[in-house]
Ligand binder design. Structure first.
Ligand code: GDP
Ligand code: MG
Length: 401
């Protein structure tokens, strides 16, 4: 699963992305480096099960920072979107090509209204950020329409002649856009159009369907950025009236905190509501002042910078993911090398014990016998639907080679 950071230019996308992908601790052997300039690894933050099981863990695929598990996830810093992108304006094509791969979107909005609809600086508060939300929705919908429109008459006729199912035809045409069959089915259901007679759909009905498909297949949240500026406050409240999860955000503050933590100036874990200065004497006057401002204007007012919350919300809420901890050795909650709680997997809600086995290794899935849930020490079958923070040991007929 991949999350795209989107929005018009100068809203703070790259700042958000830089902050989110800064490695939170010094790690030697993890493959946590940036993949491409605009692709990176961010982290989900979740309370680790190590405290509950009262063990000291040795994470391998993730990080445990004082009882907080950080699990790597993929983020894309998309090019800035300008009005008319779907017609190829600006970096339109590049933007849409990146969005294509995203399963969910974090829309970075300049809540302080310091940038106009094209992303040029303007007087703070002069631009209404609500417009930016509507504009982004429209751009993506029109882009989908452009992809589909040319082939639509033929596609509709084929479906109506009963040669192929409408859903399958759409699935085929929209493949490569990270749009799933279930998304198409849901959008068709929600729009209540006559799926037996797609040739009768008007242009508007087709757009309505695609608009629904957009919201289903590219679920989005709003990171209301630049809350450090006074003009943001009222706009954040107005944005909350829209039908989205809205997270007040200060990307700049998160970047400053992570950089200070990286230099060991402060103790701060991504998403914390506070930080601790390690050695006050090591701070310059300017650093001390900047950190004080972040504490007072952001952390104390809003509870966090919002960057971590935005990422968590994207994966847990928009994409309905859960975290599970597979272990081989139930006694020690370890892998065969003795690493305690080595891995934390993000899987979609509804994943079964056997599906987890397949995710870990095809052979493990094929030779699955049953599994044991570590909390209750109960045997579970292949159809057991995993719960968030389950610790699972899979018993298989696999011969270890
Ligand atoms: N006041 C304020 N400025 C921000 C914040 N985040 C980013 N910026 C500034 O907004 C401008 C554009 O940021 P950038 O990340 O390059 O935006 P992008 O074009 O969307 O990638 C830069 O001057 C940033 O320093 C924030 O939280 N508060
Ligand atoms: Mg940028």
């Amino acid at each position: 699963m991949m999350v795209g950071v989107v929005g018009k230019p100068n809203t703070g996308k790259s700042t958000f992305f830089s902050a989110a992908t800064l490695v939170p601790v010094e790690v030697a052997s993890y493959p946590f480096t940036t993949i491409k300039p605009n692709r990176g690894i961010g982290y989900i933050r979740t309370p680790c099960v190590c405290k509950e099981f009262d063990v000291r863990d040795n994470p391998v695929n993730s990080i445990c920072l004082d009882g907080m598990r950080l699990i790597p996830v993929e983020l894309i810093d998309c090019a800035g979107l300008v009005p008319g992108a779907w017609q190829g304006r600006g970096l339109g094509n590049q933007f849409l090509d990146e969005i294509r791969k995203a399963d969910a979107l974090v829309h970075i909005v300049d809540a302080a209204g310091t940038t106009d609809s094209e992303g040029k600086m303007c007087k703070p508060g002069a631009h209404d950020p609500i417009e930016d939300v509507e504009f982004l929705e429209r751009e993506i919908t029109m882009w989908l329409s452009q992809i589909l429109k040319r082939d639509w008459p033929k596609l509709a006729r084929t479906a109506e002649a009963g040669k192929d199912e409408l859903v399958s035809l759409l699935e085929n045409r929209l493949s490569g856009l990270a749009i799933k069959r279930k998304d198409i089915l849901q959008a068709l259901r929600e729009t209540e159009l006559n799926t037996d007679k797609p040739t009768t759909w008007s242009d508007n009905q087709l757009i309505t369907f695609l608009d629904t498909l957009r919201s289903v297949s590219k679920p989005m949240l709003i990171a209301a950025n630049k809350i450090d500026l006074p003009t943001a406050r009222e706009n954040v409240e107005r944005l909350k009236e829209l039908n989205y999860a809205v997270i007040p955000c200060c990307a700049e503050a998160e970047l400053a905190l992570r950089r200070a933590a990286e230099k060991r100036l402060i103790d701060y874990r991504p998403g914390d509501c506070n930080f601790k200065v390690i050695e006050p004497k090591k701070l310059t006057e300017a650093q001390d002042k900047a950190l004080g401002t972040v504490k007072e204007k952001i952390l104390q007012k809003y509870g966090s910078t919002g960057v971590q919350e935005a990422i968590n919300t994207a994966f847990f809420q928009l994409l309905s993911m859960i975290v599970v901890y597979p272990v081989e050795d139930l006694e020690h909650l370890a892998d065969h090398k003795g690493n305690v709680l080595p891995d934390a997997y993000m899987v979609p809600y509804g994943t079964t014990a056997r599906q987890l086995a397949y995710i870990i290794h095809t052979e493990l899935g094929e030779t699955f016998i049953h599994a044991i849930e570590a909390r209750q020490r109960k045997r579970i079958g292949e159809d057991y639907a995993l719960k968030d923070r389950d610790v699972i040991s899979i018993v298989s007929a696999r011969k270890r080679g």
